[in-house]
Ligand binder design. Structure first.
Ligand SMILES: Nc1ncnc2c1ncn2[C@@H]1O[C@H](COP(=O)(O)OP(=O)(O)OP(=O)(O)O)[C@@H](O)[C@H]1O
Ligand SMILES: [Mg+2]
Length: 315
């Protein structure tokens, strides 16, 4: 067992006195020391106003630089998309609390400039806070390659739940990008950061969100026009090989008479999926029922079903 006492005299004998001990340098005040630290590490010296990194107004700096090029919408970016690094995001309120996500209205603006743009921010909840689960089945084959993520998802840890929410946000961002490029009327996907998807805000005349189809009471001419637009959009989807997968009068917005398809994270690859034809038919039946209840000839619904199967080369 070593005797530590032996080492003590050596240590004290060997240690040189500091220059301060020997009176060679002036005693430094705490203020001087702090001022040096403050200058070096960007701290605020006492008595001065704090300099923060917060934006001049708004809730946060723009998240545009947080997204990599693949996490941004298809090029060319529409001219209303604000890409300036000095821009600021302000949350203006909640548009809708959904079953799986909440949708907020966010303004992005450039300080001291007149440019501002409104976006819908869809924030996916982690599965624990959802009211129903679309995960089962749909998520099959979408497994994250990283096994840590797989294990966390299986265990349902906070990290795993966040990963599932992020997957849904990412699936919707990818679907919107594909469909937008295929010419389908969908909100332009601006960017994705984590579990938040920022997209074009589909507004109405009063500045609020455009109504859902389900809220409208169209006259005969409007009903036929909306049906034509729906058929056209579903045909573009089918030609690209997809069914919406959750189509209803609640997932269609009507902006100044223009039909816009929303809520697309679960789009189904009808060629690769063994039940592709069933997904196509179910979409048409669900939304077709709404139109027929308002006077559309049911034969047109049947015809759309077979037209889409032909578009997707399934018949
Ligand atoms: N881009 C948008 N522009 C305007 N409003 C939007 C937009 N995206 C979503 N909304 C509004 O938010 C609602 C919910 O969006 P969405 O259907 O995508 O989410 P959800 O979680 O599936 O909701 P729900 O459970 O009600 O279907 C829409 O019905 C619509 O009113
Ligand atoms: Mg929806």
């Amino acid at each position: 067992m070593p005797n530590h006492d032996e080492f003590r005299p050596m240590r004290s004998r060997g240690r040189a006195r500091t220059r301060e001990d020997r009176g060679e340098v002036a005693h430094r005040s705490l203020d001087t020391t702090f001022a040096e630290y403050a200058a070096k590490y960007g701290l605020t010296p006492p008595g001065e106003e704090a300099v923060t990194d917060d934006p001049p107004y708004g809730d946060r700096w723009t998240t545009w630089p947080d997204s990599t090029p693949t996490q941004r919408g298809p090029r060319p970016h529409p001219d209303w998309v604000i890409t300036e690094l000095g821009a600021v995001d302000t949350e203006l309120g909640i548009l809708k609390t959904g079953k799986e996500a909440d949708v907020f209205l966010v303004e992005r603006s450039v300080p001291e400039a007149t440019r501002r743009t409104l976006m819908a921010a869809k924030r996916y909840r982690d599965p624990k806070h959802r009211m129903f689960h679309r995960d089962v089945g749909y998520r099959e084959g979408r497994r994250d390659r990283e096994s840590r993520v797989n294990r966390a998802m299986a265990k349902g840890s906070a990290f795993g739940r966040e990963a599932v929410a992020g997957q849904w946000a990412h699936a919707e961002f990818a679907a919107l990008s594909t469909l937008h490029s295929a010419g389908v009327a969908v909100p332009y996907p601006v960017q994705i950061v984590g579990t938040e998807l920022l997209m074009e805000f589909i507004d109405d005349d009063g500045g609020g969100a455009a109504p859902r189809l389900a809220q409208l009471r169209p006259d005969t001419a409007e009903l036929h026009d909306l049906w034509e637009q729906l058929a056209h959009n579903l045909s573009l989807l089918a030609l690209a090989g997809y069914a919406h997968g959750d189509l209803s009068a609640y997932n269609l917005l009507v902006q100044h008479g223009r039909l816009v398809v929303i809520d697309v994270p679960q789009i189904v690859d009808v060629v690769g999926n063994p039940h592709g034809r069933e997904f196509l038919d179910r979409d048409v039946r669900n939304v077709g029922g709404w139109f027929v209840a308002r006077g559309l000839d049911p034969a047109r619904v049947d015809r759309l079903g077979s037209d889409l199967a032909a578009d997707a080369r399934l018949d």
